[in-house]
Design a binder for this molecule. Sequence first.
Ligand SMILES: O=C(O)CCC(=O)C(=O)O
Length: 267
Amino acid sequence: MLSEEQLAQYHADGYVRLGQVATDEGFEALMRRTDDITQGRVRHDGMWFQLDLGGDEYKLGPGGRFAGPSDEYRKIEGWERDPVYLAYTQHPVFQDVTNELIGDSVSTYRCMFMNKPPHKGTVLPYHQDGGEGWGLSSVDGADFVTIWTAIDPATEANGCVEAVPGSHKLGLLSRRGHVVSEEHKREHVEDHPSVFLELNAGEVVVLHNLLLHRSGVNGSDIARRGYSVCYMDGAIHRTADPDRKPFPMIFGSDALSVADAEARMSA
Ligand SMILES: O=C(O)CCC(=O)C(=O)O
């Protein structure tokens, strides 16, 4: 449960740190499973992989199926298919937090791995999470929250998330663009102090979806792997979907089951 102080910080700054949520043993299992997935020892249908191109230009490679064992995936989506990661995503602490900030019925837009390999890592410019590009029935994302877990220590040197405290209060700056325009950057980023959300391995930060955030390249010898889950109101659906099918449910009725995910693995 968020304390009153934590809740006040979340509303004032648009982020709040939770410390380490997993037990040490649980976190070791997450680290092992991270390697199992990036190295292809564990495979799940429907996961999406994108290799890192590196560089300080926002240039992304194509995404698709597993492309062989690699420490150089930039992004991998679909981690809710994995029982170890699903159990973590459904941790009671995250249930309390999302219950408080969203409600009882919670789905996930995406459960993703974001990596900046040593001396690589593509820059991610300042952006807000939401807008029409997400193709959702909730455009301004007033009912999303991201919970970001450091798999490696996340530091300024290896490209941790950087954010402008309080910027979530600006509301959605553009319905169209995901990345902040030059004009909005001049107005809302330059001359506004930012914070580097440095975390020890295992630690967690909760981010308001409209918080202006970015991350840079990794200038260090240490990888910067993170696990980012966008939780949202379970009623949100894709605008293009005439059946209004919900996203994978994490909490509430029809929530995904760890036992089912385990059974699929051993089938
Ligand atoms: O991990 C990163 O570098 C950025 C992640 C991000 O933008 C997000 O989780 O919404």
